[in-house]
Write a protein that binds this ligand. Sequence first.
Ligand code: HEC
Length: 170
Amino acid sequence: MIPARARRPTREVRAARRARRVSGLVVSLVAVGALARAAGVPPQHDYVLHCSGCHRADGRGVPDAVPSLVGVDRFLRVSAGRPYLVRAPGVAQAPLADERLARLLNWVVVNFGTSRVSPAYTAHEVGLWRRRPLRDPTSLRERLLSQTEVAGARRPPPTGDGGPVPRSRP
Ligand code: HEC
């Protein structure tokens, strides 16, 4: 007969079991994290977490302090506006990987603008621009805004008889 004391697991055995349980937990947490990444965090969650503190939940910003994002797609009318939207400090410095930031930015433009980004921002493009900080965002912003106004004025009305004539395909 085995004495009761011998059947009780030794301290080493208990420690090993504990370690197995802990590493099992770590493995499942990593798996959950990977699943969440694969499924993708919805961009609106990232917006709430990283942007809405300044730009507000409805994107309207704070008068004289934080610009409204409503109609932000106007920057895309001019070529220098495309990198600007990535290089704006709140965007470039967001604690998000390039891929997630690209998705967020595409969502911001569609959600608060009247058109989508075409072509959509990619992780690669976002990665390139965000690593080139703007020296003077305020004056660049002013310059771009006056350029977009000029571009907007030159643009034919989007609908109605005066609209662009669709080019026939060959
Ligand atoms: C600390 C406040 C703050 C946070 C946080 C912030 N922004 Fe901004 N954002 C600004 C300000 C101020 C500007 C105007 C440019 C400048 O002076 O930096 C701006 C400019 C922008 C622009 C360019 C449009 C324009 O009108 O100039 C976009 C797009 C933008 N932000 C999106 C975002 C997104 C997306 C996030 C979240 C990842 C974010 N911002 C986080 C304050 C903020």
